[in-house]
Design a protein around this ligand. Structure first.
Ligand code: ADP
Length: 307
């Protein structure tokens, strides 16, 4: 059996419009690299971090916390060394912490001959996610581990559904480099939801999932709406309405906040439309002092890849 594995751990989009807290999808063209080594000396060590400053202590890095949860459950007669090459900036809203939390347990599981299922790995990785966001959630972890679109039907007990991805669906991301604290984004949300809005939201989520199943892009377009969360959170992102208008005018099926922001995503049929959305996004902050990054990505239907 191998004693070293290199993996690509993709970025992910959570809170997909009407699928707030439950629906996510996996990106293909942005992610972290990780190398996991099985070593004789027992215990866990983070030996290298590239790309940004993050703690090396196991208990302070999400990759370490999730690895520790799995290590303590299995108690193997070996240790592991973890190298992290961050391609996804922490706090960008495209699943930076989820990538690290999922990557360490995925890599260790491969080196041990896959004792755990992806669902069990998600449960360990949730312990790491909780370090970053103070609560256990799986809406970024599930698409990173399973690929494609995923729906977290329940967190306790964990129940994750894989939803099919229509061919030719592309995402465009804009990442305005401002800081939004997840706690601040949470605090803006109302405690109660108006029943009429709730009905509209679950009607859209049901039809979005159906549209993904049958590959009906017009149904996906009609359903990619968020009437519950967007009205509160859009104020956190400068030029939100302009970003959304440019995406829709360029032909996108829909556009909304990725995770708790500041990134936003648009979904489009075909790469040409996704690229047109990207060109529009590139103009948005040109006359301001906000730096931004944009990218087009296929939907990654496989999740984490062994390199
Ligand atoms: P994102 O939505 O992009 O994942 P989060 O705000 O959820 O961003 O998580 C980023 C937070 O987690 C930061 O405070 C960061 O310092 C912390 N963190 C700890 N370990 C890691 C790691 N390995 N990768 C990314 N973020 C980490």
């Amino acid at each position: 059996m191998k004693d070293k594995i290199k993996i690509f751990v993709p970025g992910t989009v959570a809170n997909v419009a009407c699928g707030f807290d439950v629906l996510g999808f996996c990106l293909d063209d942005i992610g972290d690299g990780m190398t996991i080594k099985k070593v004789e000396e027992p215990g866990l060590r983070i030996t290298k971090i590239r790309g940004c400053e993050l703690p090396f202590e196991i208990d302070k890095n999400v990759a370490g916390v999730s690895a520790k949860a799995m290590y303590e459950a299995l108690n193997p007669d070996c240790g592991f060394e973890i190298e992290i090459h961050k391609g996804i900036k922490p706090g960008s809203g495209i699943g930076s912490s989820a990538a690290s939390a999922a990557g360490s347990v995925f890599g260790m599981n491969e080196l041990l001959g896959r004792p755990y299922t992806k669902l069990e790995l998600t449960a360990f990785a949730m312990k790491g996610e909780a370090l970053a966001s103070q609560s256990e959630h799986a809406d970024n972890l599930a698409p990173a581990l399973f690929g494609g679109f995923t729906l977290v039907r329940s967190v306790h007990p964990l129940d994750i559904l894989s939803i099919p991805t229509p061919d030719d669906l592309y995402a465009t991301i804009i990442y305005p480099q401002i800081e939004i604290k997840t706690a601040e984004a949470r605090a803006l949300l109302p405690e109660k939801v108006d029943l009429k809005l709730a009905i509209a939201q679950w009607a859209n989520l049901g039809s979005l999932v159906h549209g993904l199943h049958i590959g009906d892009f017009e149904l996906i377009r009609r359903s990619l709406k968020d009437v519950v969360v967007e009205p509160y959170r859009k104020q956190l992102i400068p030029k939100y309405d302009i970003i959304k208008a440019i995406a829709l005018e360029s032909g996108a099926l829909g556009c909304s906040i990725s995770g708790s922001g500041p990134s936003m995503f648009a979904l489009s049929k075909g790469k040409a439309t996704a690229e047109k959305v990207k060109s529009g996004f590139e103009t948005i902050y040109q006359d301001s002092d906000i730096d931004s990054q944009t990218l087009v990505s296929r939907i990654n239907t496989k999740g984490i890849k062994i390199l």
